[in-house]
Design a protein around this ligand. Structure first.
Ligand code: NAD
Length: 694
């Protein structure tokens, strides 16, 4: 049963009981209504307490019922709340742990509320692109006052119960056992004659309503174009202020229905569920035992090694940082120190915490220090021979059961694993730069990687605040394999007639954080050059635009050399178009016999995004990614794909796969069309009217 019903000395106790967060699934909603009815019928009872079993009162909707018929089966939450409000006997909600979303809306329907200190209170719906749809936008302003309610609903951020004590939200905020306090309070109010208070009848405390609303609108103006939900929250609250509770409630419902169907909300919900889904691996059950990770060693104190070490020590895990010489090690440590100093200067971190974190990093030039590590992460040069040598050495030194990880971006993990006597302990941990900032972690599953190794690193990823996505072994894994096709298209397009600034502007207007040319200048054009040189050797059949090589031959490696695709001024990060480079591009095209033409921004966006989609389809069907949402998570958390579009695969689903296929075929018929090998999985799904995401 999702609802328990007991009586205590004249008070009915209705307990929400649907672990882990007492989600308001259909059987719970129906159970509350039944229990309320039962309590009305019993003449021995004077009051009702509504509380939650376990650690929380209620975390809101039951997410397992999302997108199922049960989610909309009667009684809906609004009807349950009405039943509470109409109860002839007073209802006291006893809150503890968490009262969020629908859970808080439910409590707002009670006549009285008693909260234990430390209860998290929130209406976070806006984060899923919707608004509280069961009266939250109408009742919370009546409980908290307009200004505080606007803040809470529009931001979706939680507040602690004790900070809201003294408002009409709580009749009492108590230390310790909230239920006992609620029972005592229920007996007291049960004996009171007359009607019991209902928030819907309370006036909104808002002496300066118009100003408050105006100021809330101003605050969201910048993001409102892509995220309609905050604006609708404000509209719904305003409707209640201007036209009263009932009209406000009806308008809230209207907004809710419209938002649920909006592509932005679909994208946000996709990202929310995608994050959870990414942490689950089909053949690695959630009860798979994990290995204890207390000591970590990172090999290579360069760009990545330093950031990786920071990610671990920031989560409290000690790290031994190993490099070949004192000088390289000191350089790495200096960068780490600078990063912490910058955070302290910005006020993000106290000097003391920064010191503590630094103190958890133990530099060493000796591989012998690896002996005690439970996890060793290799981040040395991207060269198979070097990595194989390093792994052979690690294999000789590491203790049995230690996890041996490589941060390689492109190399064959199975070959790296084969250089050890324990391939089952080898896994890829592909961090993104800067590693202490970027949320994405691609976990590369080798042919022999053991299940408990995967379970352990997935758990560790959560601990260090990363979004881990499992990828199979191939060149570039999920993210970089796809981005290569995107970059190829960007280079073809500047040969065909566009210039870097046009390409970047077009894709940034689509919503990418940074276009391909600015991104390349930031990462260093020499990195791509080195990879291309390898590809020229390994895949002579693949045709690459040569314009990027010309740029590198000019020594323009990007921001670090003061110039790349763009010109940079000392001490500034802004990218200025470079006439020198633009002339080089035009001259290069001429020399190659290319007739340049004007490209539309639409063509630019389609070629870039559909290049990702087309490669993503191959990655999905080869099993490199287990599900389309994993690919989307990689792009949302690691590549700056616009969140409100939900990732490349969801975006393709939204456009319609038949339309995507038509566009790809159109581009395949143009010059440079041979770069498009259309993915069979795209064609097949389009023909069957299927989508990538379910
Ligand atoms: P880097 O050149 O900045 O650092 C490499 C470090 O490894 C240097 O400090 C070097 O002294 C050290 N080193 C080399 N051989 C060693 C050995 N045998 N033992 C101990 N230390 C050794 O390189 P990076 O950019 O940090 O890249 C490291 C790895 O991370 C590469 O595999 C790269 O592909 C991968 N990676 C890089 C990025 C990125 O954006 N830079 C992103 C993801 C993954």
């Amino acid at each position: 049963m999702a609802v328990d019903y007991t009586t205590h000395d004249g008070v009915a106790v209705i307990t929400l009981n649907n672990p882990p967060v007492n989600g308001l699934g259909h059987s719970m909603r129906a159970g509350i209504v039944d229990a309320l009815e039962r309590a009305q019928q019993d003449p021995a009872l004077t009051a009702i307490v509504l509380n939650g079993a376990g650690k929380v009162f209620c975390g809101g909707a039951d997410i397992t019922e999302f997108n199922t018929p049960k989610a909309t089966q009667q009684p809906m939450l609004g009807a349950v709340i009405q039943a509470l409000e109409r109860s002839a006997k007073p209802v006291v909600a006893a809150l503890h742990g968490v009262a969020m979303g629908g859970g808080l809306e439910l409590a707002l329907g009670a006549h009285y509320r008693v909260a234990a200190r430390g209860t998290q209170i929130a209406l976070p719906e806006v984060k899923l692109g919707i608004l509280p749809g069961a009266g939250g936008t109408q009742r919370l302003p009546r409980a908290l006052g307009l200004r505080a309610a606007l803040d809470m609903i529009v931001s979706g951020t939680p507040a602690m119960s004790e900070t809201l004590a003294g408002t009409a939200l709580f009749d009492k905020v108590v230390d310790g056992d909230g239920l006992q306090a609620a029972l005592a309070f229920a007996r007291e109010v049960g004996a009171r004659p007359g009607a019991h208070p209902r928030l819907r009848e309370r006036a909104i405390d808002a002496p300066d309503a118009a100003m408050c609303i105006e100021s809330a609108r101003r605050q969201i103006a910048e993001t409102a174009q892509h995220f309609p939900a905050p604006r609708r929250c404000i509209d719904a609250i305003e409707a209640g202020v201007l036209h009263g509770f009932d009209k406000g409630l009806a308008f809230e419902r209207e907004c809710f229905v419209a938002l649920v169907q909006s592509p932005e909300s679909r994208a946000l919900r996709h990202a929310f569920f995608g994050e959870r889904a990414a942490s689950k691996i089909a053949d690695v059950p959630s009860d798979t035992p994990t290995r204890a990770i207390a000591q970590i060693a990172v090999i290579g104190a360069g760009t990545m090694g330093g950031g990786i070490a920071m990610s671990f020590v920031n989560a409290g895990l000690p790290v031994t940082l190993v490099d070949t010489g004192e000088e390289a090690l000191e350089r790495g440590l200096e960068t780490i120190r600078k990063n912490y100093d910058a955070s302290v200067k910005k006020g993000k971190l106290s000097a003391q915490v920064a010191e503590e974190r630094l103190a958890r990093i133990h530099p060493s030039v000796s591989y012998a220090s690896l002996k005690h590590a439970d996890l060793i992460v290799e981040a040395v040069f991207e060269d198979l021979d070097v990595k194989e040598q390093v792994f052979r050495r690690i294999d000789r030194l590491a203790k049995p059961g230690a996890i041996l990880a490589s941060n390689t971006s492109t190399l064959d993990l199975n070959r790296i694993a084969a250089s050890t006597q324990r391939p089952q302990d080898v896994v890829g941990l592909h961090f993104f730069s800067p590693a202490h900032v970027m949320k994405l972690l691609e976990v590369v599953r080798g042919a022999q990687t053991a299940k408990d190794v995967l379970a352990t690193v997935m758990k560790l990823a959560r601990k260090i605040g990363k979004t881990a996505v499992v990828a199979g072994v191939c060149d570039g894994f999920i993210g970089n394999r796809m981005i290569e096709q995107y970059i190829r298209q960007s280079l073809f397009m500047i040969e065909e007639g566009a210039l870097p600034a046009q390409v970047d502007h077009a894709i940034e207007a689509f919503g990418f954080a940074m276009g391909p040319f600015r991104m390349s200048d930031l990462a260093g054009n020499d990195i791509g050059w080195a990879i291309r040189k390898r590809r020229y050797r390994e895949h002579p059949e693949q045709r690459y635009p040569k314009v990027a090589d010309r740029l590198c031959e000019m020594g323009r490696f990007g921001q670090k050399t003061g110039g790349g695709w763009y010109h940079y001024k000392a001490g500034e990060r802004s990218a200025y178009p470079s006439k020198l480079v633009d002339d080089m591009i035009v001259a290069h095209a001429q020399a190659a016999g290319i007739r340049r033409r004007a490209l539309s921004d639409d063509e630019i966006v389609e070629r870039l995004v559909f290049a990702l989609v087309n490669e993503g389809a191959k990655i999905l069907d080869e099993g490199i990614a287990a599900k389309a949402s994993d690919i989307d998570m990689v792009y949302l958390t690691g590549y700056g794909f616009p969140l409100w579009r939900g990732g490349p695969m969801l975006y393709a689903d939204t456009v319609g796969l038949a339309e995507v296929e038509r566009a790809v075929r159109r581009y395949a018929a143009q010059p440079n069309g041979d770069a498009w090998e259309i993915a069979p999985g795209l064609v097949e799904r389009a023909a069957q009217g299927r989508r990538f995401n379910g």
